[in-house]
Design a protein around this ligand. Structure first.
Ligand SMILES: NC(=O)c1ccc[n+]([C@@H]2O[C@H](COP(=O)([O-])OP(=O)(O)OC[C@H]3O[C@@H](n4cnc5c(N)ncnc54)[C@H](OP(=O)(O)O)[C@@H]3O)[C@@H](O)[C@H]2O)c1
Length: 299
């Protein structure tokens, strides 16, 4: 078999632009791994990949396959790859901003650093919600760089990223506050929502404290984020993976330190349009997961 099905975008627009297409199965280069995809999580960023708002580092190339988060099995290993073998169950992430390789497909070829053995304590369907959001949450807590005992406000603790931030912050010995239990000022705040809630979170930070956001469009120069308060807002985005980031995530999950976002529901890849419509409609209580239309996928 040399072709695969993928849900692709040939021109930006509404969910209907996602079209199931036959494409060549990618061939892994040296240092890459070909993953036979079992599941792909649907994230808000994927909506931007479909409608054109996503911040690619270079010009988008069509047909474009959206999506970050992957679980599956190793189908082939490129030259020089060590530690992974055909048939291994893996957790993987695309670095879409530069590679434009996406997860809404039956196969993807990725650099080996973006692929690691899947957590043994989760099914592939549960584990697929982890990479993008947990990895960016780890980076946020690292960027804040707070000493144990310091307090951090997470302004959307029920969002996928917010929940991971709260877990990593607690692991690092920080005192986690939410808007519901905020009592006075905090040493730092993390925004995953933007708008008025971003401003409220910023206002709760003590002068000289720290603030990080992952939704930067709400920065208002000279407004709530005024320099005179001695706070330099940090924008955190997953542009690169620190060494060992994927393996570190899996270790934390297997140790019970990090719990994945629940899955709201699983849909076949052929219903990717419906998945985007559902996410855009809002009100989900977990992640949507797409599975290639094969009868034998999933464990
Ligand atoms: N810069 C980056 O690298 C990066 C990476 C990942 C995500 N992001 C961005 O960060 C933002 C948040 O992404 P996300 O995936 O964390 O969002 P999400 O999980 O879809 O959550 C969005 C909102 O949905 C509600 N919600 C979700 N799960 C819920 C539950 N179980 N119960 C009740 N309400 C629930 C919450 O609303 P309430 O807060 O009102 O409760 C939450 O704030 C998006 O704009 C995304 O694009 C950026």
């Amino acid at each position: 078999m040399t072709t695969m099905k993928a849900a692709v975008v040939n021109g930006f627009g509404a969910p209907e632009v996602l079209t199931i297409t036959e494409l060549p199965i990618p061939v892994p280069d040296a240092g890459e791994v070909l993953v036979r995809i079992a599941a792909a999580a649907v994230n808000p960023a994927d909506l931007g990949m479909r409608d054109g708002r996503y911040p690619w580092r270079d010009e988008p190339r069509f047909p474009l396959i959206p999506g970050y988060d992957i679980t599956g099995t190793v189908a082939e290993v490129g030259e020089g790859v060590t530690g992974l073998a055909v048939g291994d169950e893996v957790l993987a992430i695309t670095m879409h901003a530069t590679s434009q390789a996406g997860s809404y497909a039956e196969y993807v070829a990725l650099p080996a650093a973006q692929v690691t053995a899947a957590p043994k304590n989760l099914s592939l369907l549960q584990a697929v919600t982890l990479p993008l959001n947990a990895l960016v949450a780890r980076q946020i807590v690292d960027v804040l760089g707070l000493a144990p005992g310091r307090s951090v406000l997470v302004n959307a603790p029920r969002s996928a990223v917010g929940a991971y931030v709260a877990q990593y912050a607690a692991l690092d010995g920080l005192v986690v506050r939410t808007p519901a239990d905020l009592d006075g000022q905090v040493d730092a705040a993390v925004d995953t929502v933007g708008g008025e809630r971003a401003r409220n979170a910023f206002d709760a930070v003590a002068d000289g404290g720290r603030y990080a956001t992952i939704v930067p469009e709400f920065w208002v120069p000279g407004g709530a984020f005024a320099e005179e308060r001695g706070i330099s807002p940090a924008f955190v985005a997953l542009h690169s993976l620190p060494d060992g980031a994927m393996a570190g995530l899996v270790r934390s999950v297997e140790a019970g330190e990090v719990t994945p976002t629940p899955v709201d529901r699983t849909l076949p890849l052929s219903r990717a349009v419906e998945a985007h419509e559902l996410l855009e409609a809002g009100g989900l209580r977990g992640k949507l997961v797409l599975t290639p239309d094969r009868s034998e996928t999933g464990r």
